[in-house]
Ligand binder design. Structure first.
Ligand code: ADP
Ligand code: ZN
Length: 737
């Protein structure tokens, strides 16, 4: 990996009152000068510094610049009792900031997302489940016990527990008296139980060679990237957990990234079975107490293994020895708000700086990763068969042009018959439709008006479950109107097209005795409710599952033997450069849900265009052919991964202002031309208005090896962003909304 100039981080110590730079998470655009405190300080030290009337957290970041009036330079208040930020992490934040063109202060914020970092170890009063098993609890008491269970027994403070269980402190005190809950003083930063890496799994077939290769990579203690490719159920997890075990044996820390919270629960149970204890679990759903504990323990090297979502990548590991990015193709790795980064790519960056291997695991790798394998940058390991007797499902298409369905019906007779057969055998069927809500369009049959959002250029989606129309862009809702807002005719509003809620209705009509469960991200208040629903399904609590793309992700339903895709064409309609790739991945992933245990599975795709090359590639299962065809098209178009792209989104409440500014940027394209890059736009973004702000986008296309970031910086530096206008830079954009 190329070293960029000016990115080296220093590792010096400074005597009292020496001039040092301090990076804070404040949006100031630069590292500030301070004087080292009494007793001195060193690079990477966490410090408290005065800033205006406040005191803020910062990190010592090299020598001061000395461009500040020396009489006005203030002193660092104190060095905090926290392990210093290592060179490696500082270098990573710097490089990630340069790559994503994000201010360094924002990167620091990602790396310090834990409360009271400056406070040393102390005891605190905590509450955890005790040994007594209660019979008959009041509802509030029951809720309290369940809350502790739901967080896998992690202790909580009184404040956290009352808030999460929605109960008063007297409820908790009552449970303490009964011995159901234990109240005690414990160190706030409890170390994690040691994991036991001994006792390797019994691997078979090509799992053995894959495991050996990964163990060799871990032992090399140097940077490498390996694609671990294998169909769902081929044992990828089983294999990379052996690499984790080796990493723990070596006394280094391991990180496994998962694309979303809902997948962590099942994963943690599996890790516990393999290693005898649970690893640290990091994502947005954990308590503040746990957050602080994990941050400290990781920084002190006392958490050997972290499982988390993308932000776990910014934890202060002491001796990171392995990163695994599971389901590496998943779009969940791209952060689409705040700092726009792709955790998969950043994992590779961090590993290259630390000097440790990265494993990218997937049944359907991204074209980016596939291309990196082809060019020899990444190694590749294949698991070619499913473990045990499980086979890949049989796949077929149902040509919807011949299905002759009445209006408002979407399940073909063929698919219905397949489902009916499964019900007879006590097996499960999945009806897949990647569309939330009841109906995507609400239309007046008298005048044709469609109900749109008042703040966005988007149609509102009916959610019958909520009995409201919802805007999927801004979340605004309104009641379903009885009267057309445009022509005022009454009783003519109609739901058009299907969403998962509507599919549930059709399924209940067709199979009135079946137990139906819907899995859609918006139907669950919390990750825990979703987890409970997934467990219920896995245990056989439903005959028919109706789901959006959350079901495509790694959940294991042993009784599931049929997948019916309602509209396989849905993803192919967009103009998105990754439309074909995404559809291919999604369909293969969904199909992979069927027949994971010893039962034989089938997947049926309903389509209006069975001859479409993507549909044919999905059916034939000839993935290499699909990738090669897709690669050829992208090469010809010089788009990623064979070219580079950046998106600029401008937004403002003033339509004129965004267009004028966009046009001015496009006119001054000199710095981009210099590197052979081209600007497209300004054009209204596909969703041209969100939350009342007009959105305009510019797209920059550049050659694969061109210094895009530097050119962008120069280009954008020519103009000052006017007040009221927001400019967002998206390097390697994944979606184009
Ligand atoms: P993937 O991650 O590729 O989807 P998993 O690692 O989850 O595959 O394996 C699928 C299932 O097969 C799991 O239940 C796993 O425990 C089981 N399995 C895979 N390989 C083995 C093995 N060598 N011995 C025992 N069970 C295995
Ligand atoms: Zn809206």
């Amino acid at each position: 990996m190329k070293e960029e100039g000016g990115n080296e981080v220093s590792d010096k110590t400074y005597a009292a009152s020496e001039l040092v730079g301090v990076l804070t998470a404040e949006p100031l655009g630069r590292v500030l000068d301070y004087r080292a405190p009494e007793g001195g300080c060193g690079d990477g030290n966490f410090v408290e510094v005065p800033l205006g009337p406040r005191r803020v957290l910062g990190v010592v970041w090299g020598l001061g610049r000395g461009d500040w009036d020396p009489t006005k330079v203030r002193s660092i208040v104190r060095v905090l009792d926290a392990p210093p930020m290592q060179n490696e992490l500082r270098a990573f934040l710097t490089r990630a900031a340069n790559y994503t063109l994000t201010p360094l202060s924002q990167m620091l914020r990602l790396a310090t997302r834990a409360p009271s970092l400056g406070e040393g170890p102390i005891n605190q009063r905590i509450y955890r489940l005790g040994g007594a098993v209660p019979n008959k609890l009041t509802e509030a008491r029951h809720r309290t016990v369940e809350t502790l269970r739901a967080f896998s027994g992690a202790p909580m403070t009184l404040g956290e527990l009352t808030k999460k269980a929605k109960c008063g402190s007297s409820v908790i005190k009552g449970l303490v008296k009964l011995g159901v809950i234990i109240e005690e003083d414990a160190p706030r930063d409890l170390p994690f139980p040691r994991l036991n890496p001994a006792g390797a799994a019994h691997l078979v077939g090509d799992q053995v060679a894959a495991k050996d290769a990964l163990i060799t990579a871990v032992n090399a203690e140097e940077y490498s990237t390996t694609l671990l490719k294998g169909v769902t159920g081929s044992g990828k997890t089983e294999v990379y957990l052996e690499a984790v075990a080796e990493c723990i044996r070596l006394g280094r820390q391991a990180l496994v990234l998962l694309p979303e919270i809902a997948l962590t629960a099942a994963f943690l149970t599996r890790v516990e079975a393999r290693f005898g204890a649970r690893p640290a679990e990091w994502h947005s759903g954990i308590t503040q107490t746990e957050r602080r504990r994990i941050w400290r323990m990781v920084a002190e090297g006392r958490a050997e293994f972290v499982v988390g979502t993308r932000s776990a990548l910014f934890l202060p590991f002491q001796r990171l020895g392995l990163i695994v990015v599971d389901e590496e193709h998943d779009t969940g790795y791209k952060q689409e708000e705040g700092v726009l980064y792709n955790a998969r790519d950043m994992a590779v960056l961090r590993a290259s700086i630390v000097g440790c291997p990265v494993v990218l695991a997937s049944a359907t790798p991204s074209l980016e990763t596939w291309a990196n394998v082809e060019s020899g940058k990444y190694a590749r390991l294949n698991l070619s068969t499913r473990y045990g007797v499980a086979e890949m499902p049989e796949m077929g298409v149902i040509d919807m042009r011949e299905a002759n369905l009445p209006a408002n019906r979407w399940i073909s007779a063929k698919l219905a018959a397949e489902v009916q057969a499964r019900i007879g055998r006590a097996e499960q069927s999945l009806i897949f439709l990647n569309r939330r809500g009841y109906a995507p369009v609400t239309l007046c049959r008298a005048c044709g008006t469609q109900i749109g959002c008042d703040h966005c250029d988007a149609r509102m989606v009916e959610h019958r479950f909520l009995t409201r129309l919802v805007c999927h862009q801004c979340g605004a809702t309104k009641p379903i109107p009885q009267t057309c807002p445009s022509c005022k005719v009454e009783g003519k509003m109609t739901a058009v097209g299907p969403g998962v809620e509507r599919m549930a209705e059709e399924v209940q009509t067709l199979f009135s005795d079946a137990r139906v469960a819907i899995l859609s991200s918006d139907l669950f208040g919390s990750a825990r409710e979703l987890k409970a629903q997934i467990e219920m399904i896995a245990a056989g609590g439903a005959d028919i599952i109706i789901g959006t793309q959350i079901v495509a992700k790694g959940h294991n339903f042993p009784l599931l033997t049929l997948v019916g895709v309602i509209d396989a064409d849905l993803g192919l309609q967009g103009s998105d450069l990754r439309a074909a790739e995404r559809t291919f991945q999604l369909m293969r992933q969904v199909a992979g849900r069927a027949g994971r245990a010893e039962k034989y599975g089938a997947a049926w795709l309903q389509t209006h265009q069975p001859e479409h090359p993507v549909i044919r590639a999905i059916l034939s299962g000839d993935e290499e052919a699909f990738w090669r065809a897709e690669a050829t098209e992208r090469k010809t178009a010089e788009v990623p991964p064979y070219g580079r792209m950046a998106g600029i989104i401008l937004s403002s409440t003033d339509l004129r202002q965004v267009f004028d500014f966009g046009a001015e940027l496009a006119r001054r394209d000199g710095p981009l031309k210099q590197i052979g890059a081209r600007v497209f736009g300004p054009a209204p973004a596909p969703i041209a208005r969100v939350r009342g702000r007009h959105r305009v986008r510019l797209l920059i296309k550049a050659g694969k090896l061109s210094p895009l970031q530097e050119a962008l910086t120069q280009w954008l530096g020519q103009l000052k962003v006017p007040a009221g206008l927001r400019l967002t830079i998206d390097i390697d954009p994944q979606s184009f909304f």
